[in-house]
Design a protein around this ligand. Sequence first.
Ligand SMILES: [Zn+2]
Length: 328
Amino acid sequence: MNANMIFVSLLFFSNQLFSQVSECRVTECVEHNALPLVTVKEQTNFPENVPMYSEKDYVITFCQQYAPSYVSLIQTSYSSPNNWTVYVGGVLKANDFNAQKKEDLIDEFESIIHESTHHKNASNGFLIDPSIYLVLTDQENQIADKFFKSDLIEKVVSVEAKEQLFRYKTYVSKQSNVGANVNGIVGLMDEYSAYQNGCTAALIAYDNALKNKDTALAVTFFKEALQTHYAYYEFNIFIGAYVKYARLYNPEVYQQILKLTTLRRAYSLNTQRFLNSLQAIQTAQTRLKRNYRDVKFLIDYYNTKNVTFAKEYMKNFESDLQALKSTP
Ligand SMILES: [Zn+2]
């Protein structure tokens, strides 16, 4: 028996420039007994004369060990799990992240990278990887501000797809009030960048854990990446549908999208990085050897439930996605 559950987190940036609901994360977990226990933890008191490490310091130390290239992102844009509002099955989850506990760091690692990417992207850009951050020009921002909301794509998306695509309702339906809907294609690209970086960082951590011969930890990081890897197909559908809708029903916006060089580069580069991550997932059998059996069930599960349909449905938007890609 597998317990299915959905986590939806909403992060409210206190930053005035970004004060609307800008964040929404959906993860699905199919592992047995995976429902997190909500417990009240005691306040840990530091002994006297021991240097005080902040929560961020503990996260940086952990990141240094497993995904060192992402330390710079944590340093500039750290987003704490204790600042997120997380609902599990509609119930508010307590903010009880404790950075001194390794299991908390492991459990939240990919989400921390995802949310920190949003934090970074809030300064008008898109993170590709920790060394590449593309910033929209003022002119591009002014153009994109007038674009339509993403929920209009319902006109070019089938009823079946709206039901089958796990992240549709949360990000692009009429009920959705998150950045991916409200900010149109720029919001979609922000979310695409966050999923890509989170998934990539989890796979870097998996790789390093394997190099340290810690297979159990490698499997855990790998499962985190699996839970989000198919966002690749979903966000390509949302972005492709946005471009298709513009081409068919709003030619003026369509022409403007094609002029947004930064956005198009962000799409191309994030796609390359995301495809590298999908490739790393596909070679898991070679790398995990006999431990592959620990993840095979989950791979099959996501393939059946999410990947097969989304991958096939994405073909409807292939030509529009190609048109969006920037020419090198
Ligand atoms: Zn997000």
